[in-house]
Ligand binder design. Structure first.
Ligand code: SIN
Ligand code: MN
Length: 207
């Protein structure tokens, strides 16, 4: 576990290949129940380039009419989200240093051209818990900024199996994904990765 900035920790290779494959099987089941959907931006209605779904009591969603929010149901099926896979709850227990379990697990799927612009995670009512983020699939160029959008940022590679936590002084730092590095994708056999891609799982406390 390396502290890359105060409160920002990177645990490279936290999940070994067997654990990544087991986690992928769990995600395949979760996505069968709660299909990936394309969120849209508040106001403009522009589609995100990632597709997403959630696990856990609450899920993060966004659309033109109602903006960014958490809700307990899938926006298209109207069904509750599937449970958070136990292996992710165990990672939270081991790494989050927080006395309560996560309430939401956002599942972001990046196709080869997808990216995530610089943003803060600030739709939660309480910032005392860290966010814990797991990478699976293709490597990506991850950008970590400061507390303000204009602050300087640094870039590093996140690889399959890596876990990053942003807590304490890093909880509200801007961050995003510049692009995938598909040529470095490991061979994780899954229908989800039939055309390459990356999955990011973000665990959060919400209330
Ligand atoms: C996010 O901030 O929602 C995703 C970050 C990532 O994909 O690593
Ligand atoms: Mn984020």
């Amino acid at each position: 576990m390396a502290e890359i900035e105060p409160g920002a920790r990177l645990c490279s290779g936290y999940f070994d290949e067997a654990a990544q494959i087991a986690l992928l099987r769990e995600l395949e089941k979760a996505i069968a129940r709660a299909p990936l959907f394309t969120p849209t931006m508040p106001r403009t209605g522009r589609p995100f380039s990632v597709r997403m779904t959630n696990c856990g009591p609450l899920g993060w969603v966004s659309d033109r009419a109602r903006g960014y929010r958490y809700q307990d149901r899938h926006p298209e099926t109207g069904e509750p989200w599937p449970p958070i896979p136990p292996v992710l709850l165990a990672a939270w227990e081991a790494l989050a240093d927080y006395p309560h379990p996560p309430q939401a697990c956002l599942v972001n799927f990046y196709g080869r051209e997808a990216r995530m612009s610089l943003h803060q995670d600030r739709d939660e009512a309480d910032f005392s818990a860290p966010i814990l983020s797991v990478s699976l699939g293709a490597d990506c160029r991850f950008r970590l900024g400061g507390g303000k959008r204009a602050d300087s940022s640094r870039v590093f590679v996140l690889s399959s199996g890596d876990v990053m936590t942003l807590g304490g002084p890093a909880r509200l730092r801007f961050h995003g994904v510049d692009r995938l590095l598909p040529e470095l994708a490991p061979k994780l056999a899954s229908p989800l990765f039939a055309e390459g891609g990356r999955i990011n799982l973000t665990l959060r406390r919400v209330t």
